[in-house]
Design a protein around this ligand. Structure first.
Ligand code: TYM
Length: 359
């Protein structure tokens, strides 16, 4: 190979409902990439057991639901590979190897682990601690070059780059000897001339990289917030969407006409960002239209837009989930295609490390 093949990898955990943050920050942004490069979208069910094991049957229905959401949002199984992580053995195998590449100190700095483990860190699973290594394995099992995600995944992607860098350096001679490397596209003193793993580019762009809670503009919209009013779920009907936006926390001032007027106004900033992402506009454009308006005028406009954009998606998700056999067929086909890419990469990695391959 003379260069890394441009390849996108991203994923969502099948834990609970998908919300507007997942849609605007990630899934909706994947859709146009399908026409630009090879795209692989995964439902990361191995990650979904790191906090606790879901009840019997829950993982299956949540996995099918996330798959349906991907497709309803416009991910086309004819253009992209769609599969669930546990079906491709390479993820767990490479994650183990990365457990031996990553350093305790690197993982100890992960803010998401600290948040998720909370005060009771001693009782968190080892899987939760090693979670970012599995994420690096997801990406690098395909030598993926681009990863579109929301802002909360930034630190995990930096760790993925660190793992790739350390592996490339530690095994530089072996990679060269075996002739499996690719010339480093961006030569630097920190890296050898030939790389096995690409130094992945995070794609964290647009007005919706961090959608905040509707109840508190300083907290991220999340599946785990106890208040359902804090988020818009992709399964919400029109009435609940409108109600949640009506009840969204705001301040008493009118909307500013310039971006800098949103400083120090997290709730206003969030709602303008949501409007912009749903409309496909910039925040500046939204403020051009709504600057000077009160929230009493802006909120109904936002609710109408959200319903218009999300109702067809919800309907399509419902249609797709009513045929689980078809979803399973798509996932099976995707898993076969994914394994066909990842298996030879894992075979190289085993050779690079030096395991005795007896087969
Ligand atoms: P997860 O399942 O928490 O979230 C899926 C995607 O949604 C984005 N996101 C948000 N974006 C904007 N505003 C929000 N409030 C918001 N909440 C979530 C996330 O950034 C993410 O892009 N570790 C990942 C899943 C994963 C992965 C990977 C992603 C596993 N392996 C490999 C990319 C590549 C996660 O838990 O995402």
């Amino acid at each position: 190979m003379t260069a890394f093949q441009p390849r996108v990898f991203s994923g969502v955990q099948p834990t609970g409902n998908l919300h507007l943050g997942n849609y605007l920050g990630a899934v909706s942004r994947w859709v146009p990439l399908q026409d630009q490069m090879e795209t692989i979208f995964c439902v990361v069910d191995l990650h979904a057991i790191t906090a606790s094991f879901p009840e019997q049957g829950e993982l299956q229905s949540a996995t099918r639901e996330v798959t349906a959401a991907y497709m309803a949002a416009g991910i086309d199984p004819k253009k992209s590979i769609i599969f669930n992580q546990s079906q491709v053995r390479a993820h767990a195998e490479l994650a183990w190897i990365f457990n031996c590449v990553a350093r305790m100190g690197w993982l100890s700095r992960m803010t998401q682990f600290k948040e998720k483990a909370g005060k009771n860190r001693e009782n968190a699973s080892v899987g939760l601690f090693a979670y970012p290594n599995l994420m690096a394995a997801d990406i690098l099992a395909y030598r993926a070059t681009h990863v579109p995600v929301g802002d909360d995944q930034k630190q995990h992607l930096e760790l993925t780059r660190d793992i790739a860098q350390k592996f490339n350096n530690d095994f530089a001679d072996r990679i060269k000897e075996l002739g499996v490397g690719v010339p480093n596209p961006t030569p630097s003193p920190e890296l050898p001339e030939e790389l096995y793993f690409p130094i992945t580019e995070p794609m964290i762009t647009g007005p919706a990289t961090r959608i905040m809670s509707l109840r508190d503009g300083t907290k991220k919209m999340s599946k785990s917030d106890p208040s359902d009013l804090s988020r818009i779920n992709l399964t919400d009907d029109a009435d609940s969407i409108a109600k949640k936006i009506r009840k969204a926390k705001t301040d008493p001032d009118a909307l500013p006409s310039e971006i800098k007027g949103l400083e120090g106004r997290p709730e206003a900033d969030n709602l303008v960002g949501i409007y912009a992402a749903l409309a496909g506009h910039t925040k500046e454009e939204v403020l051009k239209d709504f600057g000077g308006e009160q929230f009493s005028a802006f909120k109904p406009a936002l609710a109408d837009l959200a319903v218009a954009k999300l109702a067809p998606l919800t309907k399509e998700m419902r249609r797709l989930t009513s045929d689980p056999a078809e979803i399973d067929r798509i996932l099976k086909d995707g898993a076969e295609k994914a394994a066909a890419i990842a298996d030879p990469i894992l075979a190289d990695v085993r050779k690079i490390i030096g395991f005795l391959d007896v087969a």
